[in-house]
Design a protein around this ligand. Structure first.
Ligand code: AMP
Ligand code: MG
Length: 476
């Protein structure tokens, strides 16, 4: 098959040409046929030995070298001037059936000059986790990188214990990160920053090209996209876990699924990641930290925002200030439908906040509670409380004032409150089974998360106390 893959447009200081590592016995364990189709790639070909060679990093394409991209980043608040793709290879770019450019990247495909002390590999568990969670997010309508395929490498990866090695093929609108800009800002390399701005505008903010100052317009586009993204995460109870600046995209797609998780029991300060000791990236901190990351992005763009430093800073502060307003509006935009509301009233935020307080006090499951609301079922397993009854009366009064009919409110709620998410204990079951060579549990969960708004008595059930996953790991 002719592969419509093009070389990524990076000069040598932005990405290093490096081949993926040889693997002992590549075996395809998952292929996203639908996604392959949108990329103009034949699923049958991807399943063939040639296709599996591509997906395991064994194919060499004339004129399209694999590359590891350079980036820096603030990790838990500390600036690291050089991170880069230490276990990922960008294979190239292609146009999807909408004419949008997409990056194809392998993750877990061997060491690169950016590997530092890492082995460049990925274990099966984290690969399946990223596959499932990114596809769950896509099914929920969240902007995200996608999973095209997963292969077992036949190699052993040494973590706390020996694990099967695997490679994920990921598709992204781009791999431009806040940290990519920071890398060149730290080196005061304005030409490279200008190049990155042009690339980001082409891919993610084409309208900015026409603006009086395209870089300002780019920044505004990124701020708006991130405000919307984080609001959507919050509405779904998603905790990214490692919102370092190198894990935040210019495209507004969710990227780098490591120790991420969907909330079971709702707690505003919930942390899953075993490495997030101070709770920097707790559920409730995500909007604030997204703003912090966007401030770091603004710093890299100042020279292009205005030749006068003070004016550049003043403009950036104002643009960043809009993040919190945009976030709040976007949050309401995602939350109102969860309550069946189609109109806007000034008190909506406090009505919504009041239920969240009750949910937190009652220690109920985030996803199931909203699904119960949309089925007119009691929220609590035990007897209701006076506070909850009072809230229900307020909510009914609010719904009565809404212009949508009761039926269409219910329908709206059913398509805004998923029944099935990629629950942590389910992912743990998938990984356990897969490490024993049984991929049927993975396939069953994958099929279910693709229809998140269909009721499913089995998959919507929260974990039993002994099934609750307390901590998630990067697995790197
Ligand atoms: P992440 O936690 O995935 O955002 O990765 C943070 C940084 O560590 C990136 O520069 C990665 O490329 C690098 N990294 C993570 N795991 C490995 C590994 N197994 N080998 C080499 N580099 C790694
Ligand atoms: Mg990362």
């Amino acid at each position: 098959m002719h592969l419509p893959l093009r070389r990524a447009p990076f000069p040598a200081n932005m990405a290093v040409e490096v081949d993926p590592a040889p693997v002992a016995a590549p075996r395809l364990i998952a292929l996203n046929d639908t996604l392959a189709g949108t990329l103009g790639l034949s699923p049958d070909w991807l399943r063939s030995p040639e296709g599996v060679a591509l997906l395991s990093g064994q194919a060499r394409i004339e004129g399209v070298p694999a590359m590891a991209q350079a980036y820096a980043g603030h990790q838990f608040g500390q600036f690291v001037p050089q991170l880069g793709d230490g276990r990922a290879h960008l294979l190239g770019t292609l146009s999807d059936n909408q004419g949008q450019l997409r990056d194809i990247q392998l993750k877990g495909s061997g060491p690169t000059p950016f590997s530092r002390r890492g082995d460049g590999l990925a274990a099966l568990g984290p690969v399946l986790r990223e596959y499932l969670v990114s596809e769950a997010m896509a099914a929920l309508g969240v902007p995200t990188t996608r999973a095209l395929a997963a292969v077992l490498t036949g190699e052993t990866v040494w973590r706390e214990r020996p694990q099967p090695g695997a490679i994920l093929t990921r598709i992204a609108a781009s791999h431009l990160r806040v940290g990519t800009f920071q890398y060149f800002a730290a080196r005061e390399d304005h030409d490279s920053l200008r190049f990155l701005c042009d690339l980001a505008i082409d891919r993610h903010a084409p309208a900015a090209r026409e603006a009086e100052n395209p870089v300002r317009a780019l920044y505004e586009t990124v701020v708006a996209a991130q405000a919307r993204l984080i609001a959507q995460w919050m509405s779904l109870g998603f905790v990214h876990g490692v919102m370092n600046t190198d894990n935040m995209t210019l495209s507004g797609e969710t990227i780098d699924y490591g120790p991420c998780a969907f909330l079971d029991v709702y707690r505003h300060d919930k942390v899953f990641s075993s490495i997030d000791r101070n709770g920097r990236y707790a559920y409730g901190n995500q909007p604030k930290l997204a703003g912090w990351n966007l401030a770091r992005l603004a710093e890299t763009l100042l020279p292009f925002i205005d030749p006068d430093d003070d004016r550049a800073l003043a403009w950036a502060q104002e643009a960043l200030g809009r993040f919190h307003t945009l976030y709040h509006e976007a949050w309401l935009g995602f939350m109102r439908p969860k309550f069946g509301l189609t109109t806007q009233e000034p008190e909506d935020a406090s009505l919504i906040g009041a239920l969240l307080d009750i949910m937190e006090g009652e220690k109920v499951d985030w996803t199931l509670s909203f699904r119960r609301l949309s089925r007119s079922e009691p929220l609590l397993d035990g007897p209701s409380s006076e506070t909850l009854d009072r809230w229900m009366t307020d909510w009914q009064a609010r719904r009565a004032r809404d212009t949508a009919s009761a039926d269409s409110q219910m329908a709206l709620m059913r398509r805004s409150n998923p029944a099935v998410i990629a629950r942590n204990h389910r992912i743990a079951e998938v990984i356990d089974a897969a490490e024993r060579g049984d991929f049927s549990v993975f396939e069953a969960l994958l099929e279910r998360i693709r229809q998140p708004f269909d009721d499913d008595a089995d998959y919507e059930t929260p974990p039993q106390p002994d099934e609750v996953v307390q901590a998630t790991f990067c697995g790197t």
